[in-house]
Ligand binder design. Structure first.
Ligand SMILES: [Zn+2]
Length: 241
């Protein structure tokens, strides 16, 4: 596998003579209910990125383990970057990759709080880096991958630390799953015009779960979700001219 963390600069130079694609995974360090580790989002994103790198041979950059998690700051352990910081970090990463000759960046985003900053950073660099291209994949917003969750576990309301995400973690990092800590309480996500902030998130979702109690999660569902996510990303990379 072509992991940038394990390649020397000379190996990267050789890689760039043949390919200009790179996979960049984004995560977060934030609360994920009483039952999942704080690293859930970066663990999941990295599992997809590495699976895709292994299958495709495309270079894999180290995962960004921190993201914009302000709405989770009431929960101990959450480490958040300000939106403006995250935009600046992403902009710098895109510029660095571009400087070396990477032109197609496939972003595997593991955290919804990063989506706006990612879009902003790409808009900001577009003027200066006109032939930089980017694709993004998020397993919970992609209809094809989320279909696996629905087919395995039934229609789920919400995504954060809910049954789908718990299943994913049972597949990729079971040591970070503690189902015995669940209260059995559901926190359905209702459509609302209210903007969810640091103040209101913990009121709406006191356990930190957005959605149903995750007891129904299964490792098999998580494995199917991971496999489908990898298939989708490999297909996108192979068809990316
Ligand atoms: Zn998550």
């Amino acid at each position: 596998m072509n992991l940038l963390a394990e390649m020397s600069w000379e190996e990267v130079k050789e890689y760039l003579e043949k390919d200009n694609r790179v996979i960049l995974s984004l995560g977060a360090t934030e609360q994920h209910g009483r039952h999942l580790g704080l690293g859930t989002d970066h663990i999941e994103a990295e599992a997809i990125a590495r699976g895709v790198g292994e299958r495709s041979g495309v270079a894999v950059a180290p995962t960004l383990n921190f993201g914009m998690s302000h709405q989770h700051l009431r929960f101990p352990g959450t480490l958040s970057l300000r939106p403006t910081t995250l935009i600046a970090v992403l902009e710098d990463l895109f510029r660095s990759l571009y400087r070396h000759g990477f032109r197609r960046v496939f972003v595997v985003n593991g955290h919804g709080g990063n989506t706006a900053a990612l879009g902003s950073a790409l808009h900001l660099v577009a003027d200066d880096l006109p032939d930089l291209r980017a694709k993004t994949f998020e397993w919970w917003t992609d209809a094809e991958s989320y279909r696996v969750v629905i087919d395995s576990l039934g229609p789920q309301v919400g995504s954060h630390a809910s049954p789908g995400e718990t299943a994913f973690m049972l597949a990729v990092r079971p040591n970070a799953v503690k189902l015995n800590r669940l209260t059995g309480r559901d926190a359905p996500v209702q459509p609302s015009r209210d903007f969810v902030t640091l103040q209101t998130f913990a009121q709406k979702y006191p356990d930190g779960i957005m959605g149903l109690d995750p007891h129904a999660a299964t490792r098999a569902a998580g494995e199917a979700l991971l496999a489908k996510s990898i298939d989708i990303c490999v297909r996108e990379l192979e068809n990316w001219l």
